[in-house]
Design a protein around this ligand. Structure first.
Ligand code: NAD
Length: 291
């Protein structure tokens, strides 16, 4: 089993690192926050003094950090062990992801961008989906490691393709969630019950994951956050982050994404009005004029 440096032991990184320990890897963890280092240590992670110290001994480096600037900052400080593979699983902008690949390449490390979907629940259960960008060789090296933390490992293409897939997917998710919420709000005004709209739309052309698996009103899908006071789940702040990344990419590439832009604006208003910590499906309250 290989030695893995894990940088960023937060909501996602903490449980992901713990799963790597459970599968028999030696994991050297780093985080800026003392309590997170202690929690990781309790799960069997060995704490390293710095990312550079951990990476110098590691066959694989995984970063799980807030944004592109953190990833570029950390990767910039590292010197790889011979033959090392660097994996970034943070959600970051495509441009920074490509810069990170270039940094790794210049230092002689294999690299892969491998953002995830599945949230904290998926990180704990080891059922994340990884969307990967990078060479065939890097993907082949990363797959057995990622399989210890996830269920679906998809090679989306060259450097940055994992991040591209992630923001395109979440742009669909944000827009379909708003459309689904608007339909329930209109149905309420027209005297239509939530269950009736669900029964029709979930088996008709209005069907989507936002409706069938994550229904934004309580009742039809018992496990959805709507049944739990819109406790996340997937926080509206993270949805806004991903929609902004999609808009940055749309601007940079010249893609027309008017619904993505509208979704980003609506989530910005919902966040600013106090919804940031709520599940993203809680935007229905905002659309009703209550959020
Ligand atoms: P988090 O804020 O809980 O964790 C990030 C951690 O990185 C923090 O503990 C922070 O102290 C640490 N950190 C920052 N700079 C560092 C540095 N220079 N060296 C060492 N540690 C450093 O965030 P999270 O919820 O775990 O999310 C991590 C990434 O995963 C983000 O990019 C996020 O968008 C993405 N993501 C999150 C979710 C989710 O549901 N939370 C789902 C999918 C993707």
């Amino acid at each position: 089993m290989s030695t893995i440096a894990f940088i960023g032991l937060g909501n996602m990184g903490g449980p992901m690192a713990a799963n790597l320990v459970k599968s028999g890897h030696e994991v050297l963890g780093v985080d800026l926050v003392a309590e997170l280092r202690e929690a990781a240590q309790a799960g069997g992670v060995k704490i390293a003094a710095s990312a550079a110290e951990a990476a110098a001994q590691a066959d694989v480096v995984v970063t799980m950090l807030p944004a592109g600037r953190h990833v570029l900052g950390v990767w910039g400080e590292l010197t790889p062990k011979a033959g090392a593979l660097w994996i970034d699983s943070s959600t970051i902008d495509v441009d920074s992801a490509r810069k990170a690949h270039k940094l790794a390449q210049d230092k002689g490390a294999l690299s892969i961008d491998a953002p995830v979907s599945g949230g904290v629940g998926g990180a704990k259960a080891g059922t994340l989906t990884f969307m990967c960008g990078g060479s065939e060789a890097a993907f082949a090296a990363a797959k057995p490691v990622l399989e210890r933390m996830g269920k679906r490992i998809v090679h989306c293409g060259a450097a940055g393709a994992g991040q591209a897939a992630k923001i395109c997917n979440n742009m669909i998710l944000g827009a379909t969630m708003i459309a689904t919420c608007e339909a329930f709000v209109l149905g309420e005004k027209l005297g239509l019950s939530h269950q009736a709209l669900y029964d029709v739309a979930s088996t008709s052309s209005g069907q989507s994951w936002s409706l069938s698996s994550y229904c934004p009103v309580p009742g039809p899908v018992p496990a959805s956050p709507a049944n739990n006071g819109y406790k996340p789940g997937f926080a509206a702040a993270l949805m806004l982050k991903d929609l902004k990344l999609a808009q940055e990419a749309a601007l940079a590439s010249g893609a027309n994404t008017p619904l993505g832009a509208a979704a980003a604006q609506l989530y910005a208003l919902f966040n600013a009005g106090g919804g940031a910590g709520a599940d993203f499906s809680g935007i229905i309250e905002f659309l009703r004029g209550r959020g």
